[in-house]
Design a protein. Structure first.
Length: 459
């Protein structure tokens, strides 16, 4: 709870519009946001559930507001509780991080009603981009390449099968709302379609309260490539691409960059900038694409928030993306131009999840000893420490280890060395899998698609 003394204390005024920001998140991203706030001279407050009351982000914050619920996830999903917490600490703004309420238009709208800034796009933009069908339409109009698919939500499998036959199998059925790969079903033949359609719609309804789905051409042998963008509502710039094809259950575990040659980067980068400008985007965003075996790009979605893997781009460009997002939210015009952004060397990030590497099942526990790596070109973002008890109810991400080198070979060598010296006694992690991947021949040769983990036996 906030003490009366703290409430009476005047905020430390930074060199910008915000003096105090509430972080509506937990874990490593909460610490990452806190560090940027402090470099900007802004006080950092934070919400927390019972399970996080002794966590590093709470201990290191300037003030903390407890939101205790029987369901631990509900502590971070209660829009009105977050709004009241922001009001109670006198916050000028709320930073949602990623996950939880980061893409929730209701939070953005309620904060706006209270005169508090949501650090991210407007509620209207969140609603537009949160609906994949509308987002496809908007990006098509802006000139981005989009795979063939249905332009409206599909109500029944019979109608969907007609569209699938026109597109040509294989197709993929996707939830119109939500993300994280939930509800996606790949269909190779007409015989599989009805059951896949019902399963996708049911999962989407359960997960997002929205059972609408659409059908899209499935891109085989695809690579997943995304572009980092920053907009101020009028103008936008991009920071190049990240390669994110090593995934399990549509969730990334290793990201790197750069991946494209300069001509392709400039061509696709200019399109994502136009896409951001077309919708009046303000804040950080990631434009995600699939690239097929012929090198053609197809728009997937826009993630309207800071990404887990933003660290790769920060290592390549030298820019503090989180701080830039905060400054834009505070009303600044873009503080950089496209010609100031250059990619240097190569960077790779390994997500250190507390999971069993053989089947990716969660493996939380108490960290009896936590030793995180350092050295030339190594960055670690983590909320872990010795004695930390990892809750079973949250995402399994414990740390992100990022290696930067003069080229890809050096970045791989540095990351492998960093993983070797990482000690997280008390939990199982994906580190053994990451080290196998870094030495695997297809990975070394860059022969990687989104089916990489399914195609290789790392047991």
């Amino acid at each position: 709870m906030i003490s009366d003394e703290l409430k009476r204390c005047p905020p430390v005024v930074g060199p910008m519009a915000f003096s105090r920001v509430l972080i509506a998140n937990r874990g490593e991203i909460a610490l990452r946001i806190m560090r940027s706030l402090r470099t900007l001279g802004i006080e950092a407050s934070i919400i927390h559930g019972r399970e996080d009351r002794t966590s590093l982000p709470v201990r290191w914050s300037d003030s903390a507001v407890q939101i205790y619920r029987d369901d631990p996830l509900a502590s971070y999903l209660d829009v009105e509780a977050v709004v009241e917490a922001a009001k109670s600490v006198g916050a000028d703004a709320v930073h949602p991080g990623y996950g939880f309420l980061a893409e929730n238009p209701n939070l953005a709208r309620r904060l706006n009603e209270e005169g508090i800034t949501f650090i991210g796009p407007s509620a209207e933009i969140l609603e537009l981009l949160g609906d994949k069908i509308q987002a496809r339409s908007a990006m098509t109009a802006a000139g981005l390449p989009v795979a063939r698919g249905s332009e409206e939500p599909i109500e029944n499998s019979e109608s969907a099968m007609v569209i699938a036959a026109e597109i040509g199998y294989p197709v993929i059925i996707k939830a119109a709302a939500g993300g994280g790969g939930i509800g996606m079903q790949i269909v190779h033949t007409e015989d599989e379609f009805d059951s896949a359609f019902r399963l996708c719609s049911s999962r989407a309804s359960s997960a997002f309260g929205d059972g609408r789905v659409f059908v899209e051409k499935y891109i085989e042998e695809a690579q997943h490539i995304e572009f980092q963008v920053l907009g101020d509502g009028k103008d936008a710039v991009h920071f190049g691409e990240r390669f994110c094809s090593i995934q399990r259950r549509h969730q990334k575990i290793l990201e790197e960059g750069p991946w494209l040659d300069a001509e392709i980067r400039e061509r696709i980068g200019s399109k994502v900038v136009e896409g951001a400008k077309a919708v009046g985007y303000r804040g950080l965003a990631t434009f995600e694409f699939l690239r097929d075996a012929k090198g053609e790009f197809y728009f997937l979605e826009v993630n309207p928030r800071v990404q887990v893997e933003h660290t790769v781009t920060e290592a390549l460009t030298g820019f503090d993306l989180v701080s830039l997002g905060i400054r834009v939210a505070a009303g600044e015009s873009l503080p950089i131009s496209q010609d100031e952004i250059h990619l240097r060397g190569h960077a790779i990030q390994a997500r250190i999840n507390a999971e069993r590497p053989e089947d990716f099942t969660p493996a939380p526990g108490r960290l009896w000893e936590c030793i995180l790596p350092s050295g030339p070109g190594i960055r670690v973002d983590s909320h872990a420490c010795s004695g930390y008890s990892m809750p079973t109810c949250f995402d399994s991400l414990l740390a992100k280890i990022i290696a930067h080198g003069r080229d890809r070979k050096e970045a791989i060598e540095r990351l492998d060395a960093a993983l070797r010296e990482t000690v997280l006694d008390g939990v199982e992690t994906l580190i053994p899998l990451h080290r196998k991947i870094l030495r695997e021949s297809d990975f070394v040769k860059r022969e990687i698609t989104i089916s990489y983990l399914e195609d290789h036996d790392f047991r």
